[in-house]
Design a protein around this ligand. Structure first.
Ligand SMILES: *Cc1c(COP(=O)(O)O)cnc(C)c1O
Length: 388
């Protein structure tokens, strides 16, 4: 059974744009061309326009592939290190390992929860080839500082923009700062397909050509493989759907920001505290993250009220069974590990109503006032500062 207020639901938007979507799907089916045809090319063009700088967009199968293909196009693989964060979707790390490279983790900023530029530099070794900032939650990593470090050390930048389509930093879209910006169109993302999809954006024509080859078995237009590749294409049907939905993206982003402002206005400080936006960033609020010392209790209280939350992310990637290494034991990334125990994501998507947001705030505030009372009782006035 779905929650009364779910974390995400694509059906309300579908109801609103159904005729446009069905017309687009029908057009693809009537065209007789299902793979790498005019809809993919047209969508690539439209998203380049949206990103607002001249460049090349290349549609691929999903966001994970976008990152792995970007690294491969940059000739980053076995024996190379890529610096990223453990506070991310495991997909980021899967992608680095798919390319054959080794993920190296750095800390996050405790206020923004984004990659901490001041912790990047001392993690650079002779094997480091790239920095992979993750614009998590729809916030932006401080790319001014990261770009400066990359320039000094001759490193590439591959941006994980899976959650940040529409986020700007200093007025410039995320995904246009680094060598390659990698996007995901997983259904829940700011621009969601009805299935999987992803995209690489680059301003370098040679890199764009490499990415185009890698997505299609390494082949050029003659059909001869020029290099090893994979099969990772955005298909015509999803591209046609995404082109329709891209027209509605500005309105969706406007709603996300409106919803975030409502949350900020109605959440009391006792209920939770909020991570900050990076200075200069225009947050796209892919997720609305709150923090609480009683996170699991808060999530349970919301669930009891029929409100579904997410946790992004409960376990930092360096602690996951598949990705544990001696270099990053438990305790090695204290800021990241502490943050993971406190975060929860409240419902945040364009179709969420004002009424629902206010109702969610009431549950959070109510829970917060109970939690703070019981905390005061448990600790007593004198022990409070030690125990709490
Ligand atoms: C969703 C996501 C990905 C992966 O995208 P897929 O399309 O699911 O492969 C990568 N990184 C982050 C931060 C994500 O949120």
């Amino acid at each position: 059974m779905t929650a009364r207020i779910p974390r995400f639901d694509h059906r309300e938007q579908y109801r609103l744009i159904r005729s446009e979507i069905l017309a687009a799907i029908d057009q693809v089916l009537q065209s007789g061309q299902l793979i790498l045809g005019p809809h993919v090319a047209s969508f690539e063009q439209k998203i380049t326009e949206f990103l607002g700088v001249p460049g090349f967009a290349v549609g691929v199968g999903n966001g994970t592939d976008a990152i792995a293909i970007a690294l491969r196009a940059l000739q980053i693989g076995a024996g190379h290190e890529v610096i990223t964060v453990a506070n991310t979707a495991v997909a980021t790390i899967s992608a680095i390992r798919m390319a054959g490279a080794t993920p190296i983790f750095c800390e996050i900023d405790p206020d923004t929860l984004m990659m901490d530029p001041s912790d990047v530099e001392h993690r650079i070794t002779s094997r480091t080839r790239a920095i992979l900032p993750v614009h998590l939650y729809g916030n932006a990593v401080n790319l001014v500082a990261i770009s400066e470090i990359a320039r000094r050390h001759g490193l590439r930048i591959v941006e994980d923009c899976a959650q940040s389509l529409g986020t700007t930093l200093g007025g410039r879209q995320t995904g246009t700062w680094g060598d390659v910006g990698c996007f995901s169109f997983y259904p829940t993302k700011n621009l969601g397909a009805y299935g999987d999809g992803g995209l690489c954006f680059t301003q370098d024509p040679r890199l764009a050509m490499e990415i185009r080859r890698i997505r299609a078995y390494g082949c050029d237009s003659s059909g001869e493989a020029q290099r090893p590749g994979v099969n990772s294409r955005l298909d015509e049907m999803q591209a046609a759907i995404l082109e329709v939905k891209l027209r509605h993206l500005p309105e969706g982003l406007r709603r996300r920001r409106e919803i975030a402002a409502l949350y900020q206005q109605h959440l009391s400080r006792i209920g939770c505290d909020l991570p900050l936006a990076t200075p200069g960033a225009l947050h796209s609020h892919h997720l609305f993250v709150v923090r609480s010392n009683h996170r699991d209790g808060l999530v349970a209280a919301l669930a009891a009220a029929g409100i579904e939350c997410g946790i992004h992310y409960r376990m930092p990637v360096h602690l996951m069974k598949a990705h544990r290494t001696e270099a990053f034991p438990a305790g090695s990334l204290p800021v990241t590990e502490a943050a993971a125990t406190r975060v929860a994501s409240l419902p945040c998507y364009p179709e969420l109503t004002r009424q629902a947001v206010i109702e969610i705030c009431e549950v959070v505030n109510e829970f917060g006032s109970h939690a703070s009372h019981s905390e005061a009782e448990a600790c007593g006035p004198t022990q409070g500062s030690i125990e709490c």
